[in-house]
Design a protein around this ligand. Structure first.
Ligand code: PLP
Length: 359
């Protein structure tokens, strides 16, 4: 039996995609082998990666002057790759809205001067700071954000005013959840295991002029974007299976109506949960309304024992992985693209029942 899986990542995938992959497990498309068993230089895999690239380009409306790279090392590896490839002046501005932004900031400090230009740490990252008029030094190489904060459940609803500087965004937990204007960014990257596919793959969308040989001395060959771009993400063996599953998710997203349709559906799903939380006497959302993520919804009862009881009873009723991150406590429901609306409706029903019994 399938459960409703509210995990923050690795996370729920579309059932249709998993079934297709199961059907193709022993014999992919008449090749007589699994995608896991074939050469990354084979014709079959070449079709898989090229189709995947075209489909994500269509979905996100990615302009021709941006490269799409399929890389390994997770989003965390890009915390280092970003400064290595972009820090020409050895200076960058970071907006700290949670642990992932902080980790990226700390990593950047290994390579140059990383400057914290805004932070929401004073209130446990429960909001997005005003970024309309930040004090950004003229000579920074880029401004960095984590666009959706997986742990704290906040999302930038408007992008920061970078004062003309390059914007770099980690979109791991909001990847493909709504349309984006790619031209507003220099670099967009995300680990796919939150909203797209199996762990171990990061997709980086990088403006072509930023992909150069002018990287920090000592940059490993593998971390130089140019190495990867010159080899169409096949410099070495990529994460073939994850690319294949992501390709299927891209097809599924197209069939669902693309990112406009996903945004409408995600808004509808999130509203069901937030509306309930805002009128509940027992449960409270932890993020201020204007900054709430459509993907990750943290909430608390204010009583740790009751939180633990809720998580336990929810699990017994088929709602998995609702325990909040250890730094926030309470609960977190991650309701990514592949979470069906019924999952959210049934969770809210269950929460009402729990409230009636424990309020
Ligand atoms: C999960 C996550 C990461 C880390 O991803 P890895 O692929 O495990 O390195 C980075 N940023 C955000 C926003 C995340 O949600």
């Amino acid at each position: 039996m399938r459960v409703y899986n509210f995990s923050a990542g690795p996370a729920v995938l579309p059932e249709e995609v998993l079934k297709e992959a199961a059907d193709e497990m022993l014999d992919y498309n008449g090749t007589g082998m699994s995608v896991m068993e074939m050469s990354h230089r084979s014709k079959a895999f070449d079709d898989i990666i090229k189709t995947a690239e075209q489909d994500i380009r269509d979905l996100m409306n990615i302009p021709d002057n941006y490269k799409v790279l399929f890389l390994q090392g997770g989003a965390s590896q890009q915390f280092a790759a970003v400064p290595m490839n972009l820090m020409k002046n050895k200076k960058a501005a970071y907006i700290i809205t949670g642990q992932w932004a902080k980790k990226a900031f700390q990593e950047a400090k290994l390579y140059g001067e990383a400057i914290k230009v805004a932070s929401s740490e004073d209130k446990t990252f429960s909001y997005i700071p005003d970024c309309s008029d930040l004090d950004i030094p003229d000579d920074v190489d880029y401004v960095y954000i984590c666009e959706n904060n997986t742990i704290y459940g906040t999302k930038f609803k408007t992008l920061p005013n970078t004062k003309g500087h390059l914007l770099v965004a980690d979109v791991s937990s909001c990847f493909l959840s709504e349309p984006v204007d790619v031209t507003k960014y220099g670099v967009i990257y995300g680990g796919v295991q939150k909203n797209v596919g199996p762990a171990g793959l990061v997709i980086a969308i990088i403006r072509e002029d930023l992909i150069t040989d002018d990287v920090l001395p000592g940059t490993p060959t593998m971390l130089k974007w140019k190495t990867q771009a010159d080899n169409d993400s096949l410099y070495n063996t990529p994460n073939c299976y994850s690319i294949y599953i992501c390709g299927k998710v891209f097809k599924w997203l197209k069939k669902m109506g693309g990112l406009e349709a996903m945004k409408a559906l995600n808004e509808k799903k999130a509203k069901i949960l937030y509306d309930f939380l805002d009128q509940s006497k027992l449960f409270k959302a932890t993020v201020r309304p204007e900054d709430r993520s459509l993907m990750n919804v943290p909430f608390v009862t204010g009583n740790e024992e009751l939180d633990a009881k809720f998580v336990k009873e929810a699990k017994a009723n088929g709602f998995e992985n609702l325990k909040g991150h250890r730094t926030v406590g309470g609960m977190r429901a991650s309701i990514y693209n592949a979470m069906p609306i019924e999952g959210v409706e049934k969770l809210v029903e269950f929460m009402k029942k729990f409230e009636a019994e424990n309020g």
